[in-house]
Write a protein that binds this ligand. Structure first.
Ligand code: PRX
Length: 660
């Protein structure tokens, strides 16, 4: 049973069960980076002083004198008069400290090729790439789109861009040409960095042809001047003369003499698009000094990182915020040694992840509940064939982890002793906001538990008042935090509207949560029209608009239905145009699944598409998605009395049942 998307009432604690807790072992606590719980109290007394102290762990080319400027809420500025170079903090600083020979990245390609890069080597590569980008005209303030597989050049490209004071917009390699183009246009990117392809599930998955398709859309004119292509898979790709350049050919002209300039702390670092409640993805803007402060501090604290001895591995792709904060910026700012793996966990078989842990002696492992559930389904006999004794901390992110998966993760992967840090955060928060600290917190399976030191999270009622212990409500953040979203690219009104209009002075995260009697926080899923599929955010509105763009579709409604493996799955209900009744429902279903994948990307492909003749609507014409969700999840249909036609739901649920 998965209760992660259940209602507050169906929550186990609500039923009066006492949660079992797992305190840190005495050995873990004695060696932990944080052993003294007074850190919470000290940070709460003076959060700005706390964050200023953490910020001073970074190397500033011009020290800051101001900490927080909140004179124009909700637009925060942190450390605004300070200057730093984010890439130099992740690279040159460690080399200068004599750590150049430490491995930064152990890369494992899906076909089995490997490559290790020390901090000195990574710095060398990034400096050369920065020189190459400069000659292509990239300067401070520009935007560069990156559409890459999980290979070291993805990290090198990101760091080279930010070294120049420009901002990247990484687009996940699974997104379609349409989605890529919309992101390129919105950010007005002048350069796209891509690869011919990458390896996924034992096959070559093409990237450059998708870039070509994206740039050919809308009559071909775009802001893009050049496309820089990394050779990875060596399959033939077309190169458009005057526009497209091979990375490996260009780079030979550049040496590694490159001085990193400092840029203001509020200089844009990156834009990352994420789904909201409307059809148009939001370009979440992050800046430099505050972001790097919080990602590096949380990476060190939450994972109890010991950069000298740990081997860290986060399985996220750099196309998502987890890949930005906990593959690129947090670990590299902390001088960590990490593993980057290109492919999927089941290639060539389900032992792949565990063999990588064994091979590199991974000690900190960070992944998503959906992956843990998929491994559970395959069975513990697979990981049990490998030596996982190097593991000492496990992390979870992206959705609530159901207690059953938590227990399996701890027992089978963590030898029954490794602490699990269940980390709640968002693209918008930039860094971890709620999580146990492994040397201090007694863990509760299924709960993200405690706000990080210096972070002021509340669970509130609709009026914005804190709820009592034992109650549920909406999750908000009261005080600004260093890595907070600075705005939605090109749309300041939407930023205010989406996050600040509900409560005025509190950031509204869009999640429901409950505080238990000990004050621990339990996340209960989104309260808006955002779905969480395999830890990825998708908007119902975006998929609905892709469906109605299909010539056969008259109307559509999309819901996120509980799914045992992926947390939620996309279920679509469509009404076909009358002249399309010649398509059988089965044909329409197949065709529309393909259509959504082509329009948005494979992650948005519906699990099911139901062709129906009517949708449940209120008398004022609003679609009642709640009832469709009941039907998709096979539940009794809720209250239908407000429907204009109460018989509609009966027909729809009969239709859904006939599929089962
Ligand atoms: O609903 C929450 C869920 O993921 C959403 C944020 O999605 P995204 O911006 O794509 O970032 C995902 C990776 C940080 C949140 O609003 N979420 C994320 N982590 C957790 C979670 N829900 C419960 N528990 C978590 N640990």
């Amino acid at each position: 049973m998965t209760e992660q998307h259940g209602t507050i009432e169906s929550h186990p604690l609500h039923q009066g069960e006492a949660a079992e807790t797992f305190p840190p072992t005495p050995e873990f606590r004695a060696a932990a980076n944080l052993q003294d719980s007074s850190v919470y109290w000290r940070a709460a007394q003076d959060p700005e002083a706390y964050w200023a102290e953490r910020a001073r762990d970074l190397r500033w080319t011009k020290p800051f004198t101001e900490v927080l400027d909140w004179s124009n809420p909700p637009f925060a500025k942190w450390f605004a008069d300070g200057e730093l170079n984010v890439a130099a903090n992740c690279l040159d600083r460690h080399v200068a400290a004599g750590l150049g020979d430490r491995v930064a990245i152990h890369f494992e390609g899906e076909p089995g090729d490997t490559r290790s890069l020390t901090y000195a080597e990574l710095t060398h590569e990034v400096k050369r790439a920065a020189n190459m980008l400069t000659s292509l005209g990239v300067t401070a303030g520009d935007r560069v789109a990156i559409y890459m597989p999980m290979i070291p050049e993805a990290v090198i490209a990101m760091l080279a861009v930010v070294r120049l004071g420009a901002a990247h917009s990484v687009v996940f390699g699974g997104f379609s040409a349409e989605s890529l183009r919309a992101r390129i246009d919105d950010a007005e990117a002048e350069l796209v960095i891509t690869a011919d392809g990458g390896y996924r599930k034992g096959r070559v998955s093409a990237l450059k042809p998708t870039v070509d398709d994206a740039l050919a859309l809308h009559g071909g004119g775009s802001t893009v001047q050049n496309v820089l292509v990394v050779q990875r898979t060596d399959q033939g790709v077309e190169m458009q003369s005057g526009r497209d350049l091979w990375w490996h050919e260009e780079i030979t002209a550049y040496d590694d003499q490159h001085e990193a300039r400092g840029f203001p702390a509020e200089n844009p670092l990156f834009i990352l698009y994420t789904s909201g409640t409307t059809g148009k993805p939001k370009g979440i803007l992050h800046t430099s000094g505050g972001y790097l402060t919080q990602v590096s501090a949380t990476h060190r604290d939450v994972f109890d990182l010991k950069p000298e001895t740990d081997v860290y591995w986060c399985t996220a792709d750099v196309g998502w915020i987890t890949g930005h904060s906990y593959v690129v910026y947090g670990p590299l700012a902390n001088g960590a040694t990490q593993v980057i793996y290109e492919g999927t966990p089941e290639t060539p078989d389900w032992g792949r992840w565990w063999s990588i842990i064994q091979k590199y002696g991974v000690s900190i492992f960070y992944t998503a509940p959906t992956a843990i559930r998929a491994c559970m389904k395959v069975g513990r006999q697979v990981p049990e064939q490998y030596d996982l004794s190097s593991i000492r901390v496990l992390g979870s992110v992206g959705e609530p982890i159901n207690p059953e998966a938590w227990r399996w993760y701890r027992e089978v992967i963590g030898a029954g002793t490794a602490p699990i840090v269940d980390t709640w955060w968002q693209t918008e928060t930039g860094a971890i906001m709620i999580s146990p600290l492994p040397g201090l917190t007694s863990l509760k399976p299924g709960s993200a538990q405690v706000p990080q030191p210096g972070i002021d999270v509340s669970i509130v009622n609709d009026a914005g008042e804190r709820v009592d212990r034992g109650q549920g409500g909406l999750l908000t953040v009261r005080r600004p935090w260093p890595s907070m979203v600075r705005g939605i690219w090109g749309d300041p009104d939407r930023f205010v509207d989406t996050y600040w209009s509900k409560f005025g002075d509190q950031y509204f995260a869009g999640d429901g949560a409950r505080v238990d009697d000990d004050g621990d926080i339990w996340l209960l899923g989104r309260v808006d029209d955002v779905m969480n599929v395999s830890g990825h955010r998708l908007s119902t509105a975006e998929i609905e608009s892709a469906l109605v763009e299909h010539h056969a579709v008259a109307e559509s409604a999309v819901v996120g239905a509980d799914d045992e493996t992926t947390g939620q799955a996309v279920v679509a209900f469509v009404i076909l145009k009358s002249q399309q009744q010649l398509l059988t429902p089965e044909e329409a279903e197949q065709e529309l699944k393909k259509h959504v994948a082509a329009q948005i990307g494979a992650i948005a492909r519906p699990r099911q598409v139901f062709v129906v003749t009517e949708l449940p609507k209120t008398r004022s014409g609003k679609i009642m998605r709640r009832l469709l969700k009941d039907a998709a999840e096979g539940r009794e249909i809720g209250d239908t009395t407000t429907l204009a036609d109460t018989s509609v739901m009966q027909t729809i649920s009969d239709r859904v049942r006939s599929e089962k």
